[in-house]
Design a protein around this ligand. Sequence first.
Ligand code: CDP
Length: 255
Amino acid sequence: MFEGEHMAGTTDKQLIIDGKRTDGRTIDEIRPLRIEVGVISSADGSALVEWGGNKVLCGVYGPRECIPKHEASPYGALIKCRYSMSPFASLSEHGRSGPNRRSLEISKVIREVFENLIIAENFPKTQINIFIDVLQADGGTRVASITAASAALASAGIPMRDVVSAIATGKVDGQMVVDLGKDEDNFGQSDMPIALSHRKKDILLLQMDGLLTKEEILKALDMAEKSCEKVHEVQVAAVRKIYESAALSEQKISL
Ligand code: CDP
């Protein structure tokens, strides 16, 4: 839900009919997810995430010299994150693109996810930049961004304590669902994006719009855990692919 948009739960439109959502999915089904890493040749790590109608590109640079220098910390790398929505990301909302309160907030919460994961103390006086551009938006861009950044950081070889996967959960037509599309996000009763670390299942991000009961929140966490498992599989397969092709070309060189 974004500034000035429709209030959660203010539509007459039925979003779930006979257990099926408007795009035919069941309540615990995620949209098609495709991840490709190594898509920006000049970046140290990168990933393109296509998730439902979302297209999110992430480029990672670093660890590199911290600029401005006075920001540098002797205790570890500074993590910087900039999330941005392109002017053409969403035809109906193009007027809201560019830096704004929403993109600043999303940049901040994503930065905090990775501050808790990256082993920053290995790289004092440096910075690690995470740039995220939403090329096409269709609900759930912050979770798609976290998913992209996690794969991009892994492809850059930046050491992390754990891998993070993320999913939006929420309440639509009185039912708890995962991976809300734009209409579900904008017109559903509640949306709650969640990011979980893979091994420890730590909650690295949890935001909420609308109203949920304690039981519904617990159910959402449970659903998120299962969905994050699926997201994680796609992330790992994408990262493994580039490491395997790098190993293959090294083999060719040594032959
Ligand atoms: O994208 P996410 O769900 O993380 O954030 P949101 O603020 O809840 O936005 C929900 C959806 O509304 C986005 O994914 C976009 O599809 C749409 N939106 C938009 O089209 N233009 C904006 N400036 C903000 C949101």
